[in-house]
Design a binder for this molecule. Sequence first.
Ligand code: PEP
Ligand code: MN
Length: 353
Amino acid sequence: MLVVMHSHASAAEIEHVLQAIRRMNLTPHPLPGATRTAIGITGNVGAVDPRTLEVLPGVMELIRVTKPYKLASREMHEADTIVHIGLDDSLTPAALAKENKGINIGPGTFTVIAGPCSVENETMILHTAEYLMSRGVRLMRAGAFKPRTSPYSFQGMGLEGLAILKKARATTGIGIVTELMDTENAAAVEEAADIIQIGTRNMQNFSLLKRVGKARKPVLLKRGMSATLEEWLMAAEYVMAGGNYQVILCERGVRTFSDHSRNTLDLSVIPPAKKLSHLPILVDPSHGTGKREFVPPMALAALAAGADGLLLEAHPDPDHAQSDGAQSLDFPGLDRLLESLKRLAEPLGKKIT
Ligand code: PEP
Ligand code: MN
């Protein structure tokens, strides 16, 4: 952090700032210049509220030199993180990686996760899991706990839904991605899921983030619908600070003035997210657009923009889905998209997994 003083700041004002910095248990480094003085600060500046110094007399501005997130930043961890999903409970993660079993989410691969918005019943989940496995899609998304805008809408099957997901995993071998909405159900979701999804509305639910920081399963952290990239990475930092380094980011669209789509899918966040962080990033073009006809072009664009995979809504009978049918692909639609993705992945040097 750098404090830039006004050119007319008095010696007493500068001294006052130096003392304030020392009171914060940080070290000030005055850097007198031709027209003004700047003061460098070292120590644990990550946790400092810059406004404490900004309001002091003689201070012009504060410039942040290092990022407030550490574990999530590329500054601290240069190599890309690869999140490994085991899928075979009989082997340890190390043995799985050695045998090249399971799924690696990160550079070189493009991971497709697909499935219905919600678990609706056992038949449709088993049918979907079998279909996905037959197409080489080894991770299925489906929410048992649903965050709905209206309390009168279908709220999900809850624990019964988790039991159905476990059955689908046991009978087909598919990996499960499912949302955790509250700390109360954390243990149950952690047990059923191969990846724990944290939804857009919970990106800054700090008690939930702390809880999944203690989980033994990877976390898919959706971007808050009005979150900046820095706020999103700070949310990832919460999970990582708890000891869980297996975090996957997921862009799902943000709120803007545009009303031609449900959300504005911010694919422009991918290059800066990759620059600032080593974490893998997926894109959800289903919630990002809200309409199934717009999903394939944005899915292909996500691959071209450097994403590490997709989170897609697909349903055996979208027109009768209990939630988000309009943005869900039917199975022939998903087949066509998978074909296009394969064709585009090859020249980009990515392998669809
Ligand atoms: C979902 O994936 O079904 C979902 C509710 O997503 P989001 O949190 O992005 O709205
Ligand atoms: Mn949905």
